[in-house]
Ligand binder design. Structure first.
Ligand code: 5GP
Length: 204
């Protein structure tokens, strides 16, 4: 049987407002060879967001049904709404040898670590927390209460960095993308991913 390298599961996470969405979008624009998982959420669509493109927008009942039927790889409640990763798309892509990126908050990332310890965990860090607040305020879509609540979540989320393999500072989006691409490339060259291939060739 010939060696087939499985795809890599890349988990991009970090505090709210750090720019995970922006970095992910920039990677996409560059044509980085990654498949982008679309999450399910109970949050209402923001202006311009399209069902099936930005998220799969669900009612609470529909979301709970997905949990019961084990259709989610991970899920988390975040500032009053549920978010989760549909599992089938991820599994099928990885089996086909395609790399998948999940852009998710930190609680969900910890669950992925339990189910897929071999995944690549990248923590996107803000240059500092004041900068983070500016970004959340600047987005202009949140009320003052929600901003405070997102900031306090963000502070405790920073402590979770220790569970990750790599930390990438989001000082500039393009630089962050360069680093992520370099990390993914290096990960593909790891001996434990490839050794089987060379041993098989040797035998052949
Ligand atoms: P937003 O409401 O701003 O789109 O997203 C809020 C947070 O939910 C962000 O930190 C985003 O990364 C996270 N998020 C989006 N999709 C998922 C998901 O499928 N699972 C988890 N755990 N978090 C998600």
């Amino acid at each position: 049987m010939s060696f087939k390298e499985k795809g890599l599961l890349v988990v991009l996470s970090g505090p709210s407002g750090v720019g995970k969405g922006t970095v992910c979008k920039a990677l996409r624009k560059r044509g980085t060879q990654l498949k982008y998982s679309i999450s399910a959420t109970t949050r209402k669509p923001r202006e311009g967001e399209i069902d099936g493109v930005h998220y799969f927008f669900k009612t609470r009942e529909q979301f709970e049904q997905m949990i019961k039927q084990e259709k989610l790889l991970e899920w988390a409640e975040y500032v009053g709404n549920c978010y989760g990763t549909p599992v089938d798309y991820v599994r099928e892509s990885l089996e086909c040898g395609e790399d998948v990126i999940l852009e998710i908050e930190v609680q969900g990332a910890l669950q992925v670590k339990k189910k897929f310890p071999e995944a690549l965990f990248i923590f996107l860090a803000p240059p500092d927390l004041d900068e983070l607040k500016n970004r959340i305020v600047g987005r202009g879509t949140e009320t003052a209460d929600l901003i405070e609540s997102r900031m306090s979540v963000a502070k405790s989320e920073m402590e979770l960095m220790q569970n990750y393999n790599y930390v990438v500072e989001n000082d500039q989006v393009e630089k962050a993308c360069d680093r992520i691409e370099a990390i993914v490339l290096a990960e593909h060259c790891r001996v434990d991913r490839l050794i089987e291939k060379y041993i098989e060739n040797g035998r052949g």
